[in-house]
Ligand binder design. Structure first.
Ligand SMILES: [Zn+2]
Length: 187
């Protein structure tokens, strides 16, 4: 009789012990979750980046499109255009935001290309530039600083037959629509 009761007690202890452990895990998980959420959402200290325009008095030659197939000038190809093409009488191409020049490259497809890394996971890429670039890799540039001039160096867009900037904006490694970030009404 006594032994039975003792066994029962042990069994209950095990059962409630397991439940208690489960509760502790749930509470710990909830705390971790709450902590990580409060760390990620921090509206007080971060102000959204304000982007400038990459060219003065720019005209949009070809808009961003992630769904609509667009004709690639000079070819018979149609494809999506995850960038924006700008042209202007003023050929100067300007950094849209302060950042660090992370790459300068020249290839026949995109022409001369400058890549600038900004805060908050933003990266801006300026393609179809003249090979005479005004910045060096590693330079810190300010918003509006001249980095080069628009040209027709992009073989890929050679059919455009006009000096232009092929501009791409990345956020966390993904091409985003510049219309959502650049104030195109302010030109
Ligand atoms: Zn383009």
């Amino acid at each position: 009789m006594e032994i039975n009761q003792e066994n029962k007690f042990k069994r209950n202890l095990k059962k409630f012990g397991a439940v208690g452990l489960g509760c502790a895990l749930v509470v710990a998980f909830a705390l971790i979750l709450a902590f990580s959420i409060s760390n990620n959402v921090n509206p007080v200290s971060t102000t959204p980046i304000e982007f400038g325009l990459p060219m003065n008095n720019a005209e949009v030659l070809k808009d961003y499109s992630d769904s609509r197939l667009q004709h690639v000038e000079g070819t018979r190809k149609y494809e999506i255009h995850l960038s924006m093409d700008f042209a202007s009488e003023d050929k100067n191409v300007l950094a849209v935001c302060e950042g660090v020049v992370s790459n300068i490259d020249t290839n026949t497809l995109e022409g001369t290309t400058v890549t600038i890394e900004h805060a908050d996971g933003f990266v801006s890429v300026y393609a179809s530039l003249d090979e005479n670039i005004h910045v060096k890799k590693g330079d810190t540039v300010r918003k509006g600083q001249k980095i080069g001039e628009a040209s027709q160096s992009s073989g890929y867009e050679s059919g455009m037959e006009r000096d232009h900037l092929h501009f791409t904006l990345f956020k966390d490694g993904v091409e985003v629509d510049p219309n959502n970030y650049l104030d195109l009404q302010s030109k």
